[in-house]
Design a protein. Structure first.
Length: 202
């Protein structure tokens, strides 16, 4: 499961276990857009502070219960961005605890630059490029999600990045005598660990 977490437009992509299909969930402040998709959540602009945190938290909890992911990856904070840092930090904190403590699911955090590097080949690519890059790389078109398309594309990219890492980890585990450098050279972020209750790195 890949999560592009935000206060206004969180998007989630879940990979189906036995095939290449995936399921998309997203939050939007546009009521007409939310009405077009079953797996969408209308987020009223007047829902603020703790009420908004509770709404997003509750819906993500419902998704975790329904989808039962084995692993979850989230885009880590963009420390150079300007915005509601404290509120975003609050949301990030409660969602991390929900995943790791309540559901005991291993959690992976990817830096925004790592995700862009994986999808587009450049870590400094603008967010708007992700949508086009994902279509070129995976032949998946998210334009139907309109104003939520960029966020859905990001969550899909995070999910694909996690799937690739898990596959590489499995291959390295099976291959005896493979040098770790050969593994990390493919995706350099793979030398980091997943966050679990035991890792104590929340």
């Amino acid at each position: 499961m890949g999560i592009d977490l935000s206060l206004n437009s969180t998007a989630i992509t879940c990979k189906e276990t036995h095939d290449s299909n995936f399921v998309v969930y997203f939050f939007t402040q546009t009521k007409s857009l939310a009405s077009k998709f079953d797996n969408s959540f209308y987020l009223p602009k007047n829902l603020v502070n703790l009420s908004r945190l509770d709404f997003v938290y509750s819906k993500i909890k419902e998704i975790l219960i329904k989808e039962e992911p084995e692993y979850v990856a989230i885009e880590d904070y963009s420390y150079g961005s300007i915005g509601q840092h404290f509120s975003i930090g609050e949301l990030g904190g409660i969602i991390k605890l929900l995943i790791v403590k309540e559901f005991e699911i291993p959690l992976r955090l990817y830096k925004p630059t790592q995700i862009k590097q994986f999808v587009t080949g450049k870590g400094n690519s603008p967010k708007s490029i992700m949508l086009t890059a994902i279509y070129k790389k995976y032949k998946v078109d998210f334009s139907k999600y309109e104003t939520a398309a960029d966020d859905v594309a990001d969550s899909y990219g995070i999910m694909r990045m996690l799937s690739t890492e898990l596959k590489l980890r499995e291959e390295v585990t099976k291959a005896k005598g493979v040098e770790k450098s050969l593994f990390t050279s493919e995706l350099g972020y793979c030398n980091q660990n997943f966050i679990t209750l035991r890792s104590n790195k929340l």
